[in-house]
Design a binder for this molecule. Sequence first.
Ligand code: CA2
Length: 165
Amino acid sequence: MNFPCYMQAILEPEGTPDPMNAAKILVLNGPNLNMLGLREPEIYGRETLDDLNAKCVEKAAKLGLEADCRQSNIEGEMVTWIQGARTSHKGIILNAGAYTHTSVALHDALLASELPVIEVHLSNIFGRESFRHHSYISPIAAGVICGFGSLGYDLALEAMAKQVA
Ligand code: CA2
C-alpha cells in the first residue's frame, strides 16, 4: 500500500523490502532439472525442484526481489521466456543444464535480453567430463557459480540483488 512517505517510515522499519516494488528475477532451470531429488542424488542432491524453487522465492523476498522460477526441457521455450524477460524482469539466474554446453540459441537470446545473467550449476562442471568444461553462457554472464548445490542459487540471488540495486 502507498502511504505518504512520513507514514511509510513509521509503518515499515528501515530496510524492510517492499514486495510491491520487488525487482522480478527469472530463475530458469533447463533440461532434466525437473528430475532433481528423484535420481542421481550423489551428484545433484536430495532436494526436489519444488524445494529449490520454494527456497529461491523465500531468499529473493528477503533481498527485496521476486523470484519467477521456471523450468523447461525445451530449448525454444527457454529462448521465448528469455526474450519475454527483457521487458518484464530485471535479471536472469540460469542453470541451462546440458544446453549450457551446446546452445548458441540461449547465448544469443541472453545477449539480446540486455539483462544481467548469473550462471549457476549444482555440480562442479570443471571436475566432471571435459565436455562439461565449456559453457556458451559464461562469456555473457556477470558471474558463474558452480559446485555448491542449491546454495549456489542463494548466492546467485545475493549477487543479483547487488547487480540490480
Ligand atoms: O550441475 C548442474 O547443475 C548441471 O547444469 C546439470 C546438468 C548437466 O548437464 C550440466 O553439465 C551441469 C544436468 C541436469 C540433470 O539433472 C538431473 C537431476 C536429477 C536426476 C537426473 C538429472
